[in-house]
Write a new protein. Structure first.
Ligand SMILES: Cc1cc2nc3c(=O)[nH]c(=O)nc-3n(C[C@H](O)[C@H](O)[C@H](O)COP(=O)(O)OP(=O)(O)OC[C@H]3O[C@@H](n4cnc5c(N)ncnc54)[C@H](O)[C@@H]3O)c2cc1C
Length: 465
């Protein structure tokens, strides 16, 4: 029985040794959910036990069911038929399986039928799923959109949407990019206007939208006439109806199982999320940072799969009378792959830990406003560390995955260039990870403040000390 959690000693080592007690305490707030939900943990040990059990289920589904379908999903791809997206058969089947296993609300609060798991566990899950199929992460276990709704939307918006995302009945997308607004989202031009009754409507085109066929979208749009730049942008919750048309699907190098859509909004009714004018500076930035951790996990999973295939092949392929693994240049490539994968995993979990601590502290401040001062110093620390580490892990892990997939083909020689082996697919799938959710160059822009302000050097000193 294949289990992508239980066959990975490095992940198991991390799970045993992670410093997550404080994260659990903050997340579970005195374990009060245990009174209401039979599956909520009663203490720290119980929470850790339930993390491992659920991850093991994901490991089994990924190893036994998803991985064997990955090549077929890649081959079949997605289609646009009469204006509607059709997934590959394997994708459809696996979405149903994940939904039936109650995994689609992995990080949502229990009151919205979620599991209330922290980001650090989502990072583990993201890797495991992506090891099976890089494209599947983009909808199965795509929690960032729901998490953003949970953090910033009104109670009414949350109640309408989150339980349906958690049950897998609805799909979702983040709708930011436009033909003239890619890395530079300040240039977004899709219009939002308000009628006399106060109803908001969207008009314009968005492109490159992953899962843009989903029923729920978070849309960045220009709400303030005459105001250029970020200050003119707000954030909207869109529920799909006949006022949005999927104009085309992109034909891509990789992640063929994941639809990338061009969308035309024709007076589509939407509701405002949070405050006007903070669409980019607050809500989109939070959403993208959260998604960047997911992509770092996706890249790691693709790399892990490429490494394992290369390692296996190097042991079986005989040239000059011995397995090619025994030739120093091949052995060195394998060693570098393994070391860089393990470094990326450590970096990812450390980043997710900072993010969880920061988010937990913000929640504590909201729950206990009279204790705000108590959390202030730590909140500042973990906010700074999250802002520094998130772009670093996105850049490091995704560039790492590209290098590992490249070397995995090299180790296979000519065979690696052929479609029969998974490494050719991993090479194509890895290529998007350092482009979407902000290119590596933009991650450098995002990280530079934390480097020049001294946050980077002080955390390095702490690690050394
Ligand atoms: C398969 C796929 C799925 C996607 N899914 C989504 C989605 O779900 N939702 C969504 O909103 N968008 C999505 N995108 C869009 C994606 O986020 C953008 O493509 C990406 O952010 C880069 O923007 P761009 O393509 O316009 O490149 P550009 O911004 O035009 O960049 C071109 C080059 O210039 C460099 N560059 C640009 N600005 C700077 C700078 N300031 N400093 C240094 N270098 C710079 C870039 O690094 C890049 O090398 C997706 C894209 C793809 C290909």
């Amino acid at each position: 029985m294949e289990n992508f959690l239980l066959d990975n000693e490095d992940i198991l080592f991390h799970l045993e040794n992670m410093d997550i007690d404080r994260i659990i305490t903050q997340k579970e707030d005195n374990f009060k959910d245990a009174k209401e939900y039979s599956y909520a943990p009663v203490d720290i040990a119980d929470a850790k036990d339930s993390y491992k059990k659920v991850l093991s289920i994901i490991g089994e589904i990924s190893g036994e069911n998803l991985a064997p379908l990955a090549a077929e999903i890649d081959e079949e791809g997605v289609k646009l038929v009469d204006g509607e997206v059709q997934y590959a058969k394997g994708t459809r089947k696996m979405l149903d399986m994940f939904a039936k296993a109650d995994l689609m609300g992995f990080s949502f609060p229990r009151k919205y039928n979620g599991l209330n798991f922290p980001s650090i566990m989502l990072s583990v899950a993201a890797e495991i799923v992506s090891r099976a199929d890089g494209s599947f992460l983009n909808f199965g276990l795509n929690q960032d959109i729901g998490e953003t709704i949970n953090k910033f939307a009104s109670d009414k918006q949350k109640q309408e949407v989150l339980p349906l995302l958690a049950s897998g009945e609805l799909g979702c997308s983040m709708i930011l990019t436009e033909p003239d607004a890619g890395s530079d989202l300040q240039a977004v031009n899709l219009r939002a206007h308000q009628s006399a009754s106060g109803q908001w409507f969207l008009n314009g085109v968005k492109r490159f939208i992953t899962n843009g066929n989903g029923e729920i979208g978070l849309v960045l749009a220009r709400s303030e006439d005459g105001q250029t730049g970020a200050r003119g942008l707000s954030f909207f919750l869109y529920r799909r109806d006949e006022h949005m048309v999927i104009r085309r699907l992109e034909h891509k190098l990789g992640i063929h199982g994941s639809p990338t859509c061009e969308l035309q909004f024709n007076n589509a009714p939407v509701t405002l999320v949070g405050e006007r004018k903070r669409g980019l500076s607050k809500y989109t930035m939070w959403l993208m940072n959260s998604a960047r951790l997911g992509i770092a996990g996706q890249a790691l999973g693709i790399a892990e799969s490429a490494y394992r295939e290369a390692d296996k092949y190097a042991g079986e392929r005989i040239q000059f009378g011995k397995p090619v693994r025994e030739f120093p240049p091949v052995f060195e490539m394998l060693t570098e792959m393994k070391v860089s994968i393990e470094a990326s995993r450590t970096l990812l979990y450390e980043t997710a830990r900072f993010v969880d601590l920061k988010e937990g502290l913000e929640e504590m401040q909201e729950r206990y406003p009279d204790r705000k001062a108590e959390f202030k110093t730590d909140l500042k620390r973990y906010s700074r560390l999250s802002s520094l580490f998130t772009p670093i892990v996105k850049a490091f892990n995704t560039e790492m995955a590209n290098k590992v997939a490249y070397d995995a083909i090299q180790i296979h020689g000519g065979t690696g260039y052929m479609q029969e082996f998974g490494v050719e697919r991993h090479y194509r799938d890895a290529r998007i990870t350092n482009i979407y959710e902000g290119t590596t160059q933009l991650q450098v822009v995002a990280a530079i403040g934390g480097v020049t302000s001294g946050t980077a050097i002080s955390i390095m000193d702490e690690y050394e000390g």
